[in-house]
Design a protein around this ligand. Structure first.
Ligand SMILES: [Mg+2]
Length: 156
């Protein structure tokens, strides 16, 4: 469990981190350097899930051996499919990280949503639905591994 006590916000008890794949932990279907070791570190505190449309059909290969569950979704209503997956885990226990239009509902409804820009850019509505935006996935994952950084940004 990752417990986030941010001043003037409800305390968050995060049991699940949901990551999008392309544009979030991968570029052009290839896992971004630095992500694996951070997922391993996070996995001692939370369950890590990767949910993706798998545009480049590389997710299973790239995540082989990583301590995370992989959910590949179909072509239609991807925003809804991602949201329903998070709902099945309990939205109040989910922190989500994504960049695309199909992450919008997930970013909006998760207990905490982080939108990423990186190489593929971020869909503006998804960015606005998130609590926080990062430029780089390793920075975003470090917010969870070093939560005083997250507190500094979100406290009021
Ligand atoms: Mg994406």
């Amino acid at each position: 469990m990752l417990c986030l006590a941010i001043p003037n916000r409800d305390r968050l008890d995060i049991a699940h981190v949901i990551l999008d794949f392309n544009g979030t932990i991968a570029t052009d279907g290839q896992l971004i350097p630095g992500v694996s070791t951070r997922i391993e570190a996070l996995a001692s505190q939370v369950t890590v899930h990767v949910i993706t449309a798998d545009t480049n059909a590389t997710a299973r290969d790239q995540l082989q051996g990583a301590p995370c569950t992989l959910k590949i979704i179909g072509a239609d209503r991807q925003d809804q499919a991602k949201l329903e997956y998070a709902q099945s885990l309990g939205l109040e226990s989910v922190l989500a990280i994504g960049n695309g239009s199909n992450d919008l509902l997930l970013l909006r409804q998760a207990a905490l949503g982080i939108c990423l820009i990186q190489r593929e850019g971020a869909a503006i509505p998804s960015l606005q639905a998130a609590d926080l935006v990062c430029v780089d996935i390793n920075d975003a994952l470090d917010l969870l591994l070093l939560p005083h950084r997250l507190t500094a940004t979100l406290r009021n």
